[in-house]
Design a protein around this ligand. Sequence first.
Ligand code: ADP
Ligand code: ZN
Ligand code: ZN
Length: 742
Amino acid sequence: MSRFANIIVDISHEKLDKTFQYIVPDEFQDILEVGMLVKIPFGPRKIKGYVIELTDVAEYDITKLKPIAEVVKDGISIESRLIALAAWIKKNYGGTFNQALKTVIPVKQKQNHIIKKTLILATDEVYAREQLAIFERKHYTAKARLLKALIEFKEIDQIEATRKLNVSTAVIRNLEENGLLKIQQETTYRNPVKNISNKGYDIILNDMQKQVVDTISPSIDKLEHKTYLLKGVTGSGKTEVYMELIDKVIKSGKQAIVLIPEIALTYQTVMRFYNRFRDLVSVMNSKLSPGERYDQFERAKNGEISIMIGPRSALFTPFNNLGIIIIDEEHESSYKNETIPKYHTREVAIYRAQKENAVVVLGSATPSIDSYYKTKSGEYELVELNQRIAKKPLPTCEIVDLREELKQGNKSILSRKLQQKIEDRLQKKQQIILFINRRGLAGFVSCRACGEVIKCPHCDVSLSQHRNGKLMCHYCGYTIPMPKVCPSCSSKYIAGFRAGTQKIEELVKRRFPQARVLRMDFDTTRKKDSYEQIISSFSKQEADILIGTQMIVKGHDFSNVTLVGVLAADLSLNTSDFRGAERTFQLLTQAAGRAGRGKELGEVIIQTYEPDHYAVNLACQQNYVDFYEKEISYRRLMRYPPIWNMLVIMCSSKNEDIANASSQDITNELHKKIDNPREVQIIGPADAVISKINDTYRKVIYIRTEEYSKLVEFKDYIENYVRDNKDFSRTIVQFDFNPISG
Ligand code: ADP
Ligand code: ZN
Ligand code: ZN
């Protein structure tokens, strides 16, 4: 029994981002719980809100408090554990409490369950036959049809009865009223896993896999939180290790969450879990309806399932006794939420696991620099799988210098070497993947004669070409006019680099008219299932060449592919983003991993304007450790994450003057807060990478310092400063900690 409820209103506006207190009326004393959705009088209106705390302590003048009006019947209630998680998310990433609550619940409203109705014959057969005779004599044909079927089958699904027998609900009701049939009702949950195969499970882990399992198991047994980073080349058997660990967790009566990037969450992956764990598995993905999503969370809460597989939102599955969280492909940028609150799934997962004494396993062939760094500092423990199952060799790799190609008079995007290899594979009836990295389309400028990329002298990121033709740094705003010749070699072949998959498809078709070509990119995969269709068509060898963006490099096993061509490795190197080299290394390593999965040895050709760049070179050698060392020393030099932490404050407004003024105002406030400028760097304000979206101008300020908690203090300070400041009524201020894309 509590007298008051503290409530977060269901409106995401900074000005309303605080708890409001209401009286709990007697009628709700027995039913009201923390996490419930209620309606409250709010000014002249009634609005919805979530109860986040019940208390006897009045925080305001009691005579002014109003009572809760009603408890919303179809509202989703949030578990207190998840409310605490939402509070942590709000604290560490900004945004309103309401936005944080929305993050931890999958749907806004309760969804009606599907009720399965079965019609059952309710009398003995002799009597039923007598009645049937009467119906037939009177030409009650519909009634006769239904009763005859019931006599034959004893029970019929209602939907089938109406559809196949073509009888109306009135007829069914009539038979029910006359005591001839009973209707049995049963709630069924929508289960997104269909077409279960009966394949058994028969894999025995090899010694290396066993060793990894043995290293991690004690933490599971001791009910002790710990984070492990499992570094293992693709095909080294990581997924089998996950399943073995999950098996242990389930046997001890606990549950498991498996996070997989949406793009890699394929039918095949889900089936592997399903074959082993059967009905204990459920899946979340963006194609589920709200009803299906809701059901999966209900099933988890009721203990009906023990394993939830899904993209980042599956992290909030309300399991009561969580034992393990697995994050596969942990380096993927999709684990960063790009809407407010901009949380990183890995960080939230580790926080949740700490609170619930669960183990976290991060898996990747190319771990993020952030995670690998934490294994060095002892925060995570590193475990490794260094060989592919069946000891299949890694493909050979060769780098082609595109500057040389131009010198020799070849202006095509396909080098002569790559053309010759493609020709060879087409003759041998082997398949080819051509990978084009589209991330670089932001428009960096490079010299096609010497490879020089035009960079900012202050930030060591490439300048981007703007609509007005000028070159600009997105970190500090440094701007220069577009040069007429290369500043390094004076060549006039200097241009913004733009090349799309479609253009390349045309080119390849023209050059190899005999080849069957498939293209996979954002455009060709917009329709439902088209992604799976292209993959399946290519694995059935219905095409010779597959051209595509990053989508094609994720974990697919094409056994007949013996050649992978990377058309321009530099396209992700020169984004205005300090993680450019890391992303390039990951993509190239993964793309290379697509070759030589079958009997034949694979071969990789990487075309590049920067053959000497360490990300290109070391990816070609599949040398992660050396890459890490190079990259971390660069980050150390530049004080980029994970060495220091970084906070981006974005001010957006429909009015550019206001956007400028408010970002300048915030910058001034920040400078006032700093006592030691050597410990905190403030850069900006400057235009955001995309400086205008939907006529809204975006300005950014970067703050870098060693301690994350210090950045949280800056965020809190600016949040407060902005909330009650009239000058900010037309500005939206948002926070992004350790951004993933520049
Ligand atoms: P990863 O997740 O590291 O890419 P997988 O777990 O998918 O690797 O394993 C690659 C392939 O090898 C899969 O087809 C898997 O079924 C098979 N595999 C894994 N471990 C074993 C094992 N111990 N014995 C036989 N086959 C295995
Ligand atoms: Zn040049
Ligand atoms: Zn700069």
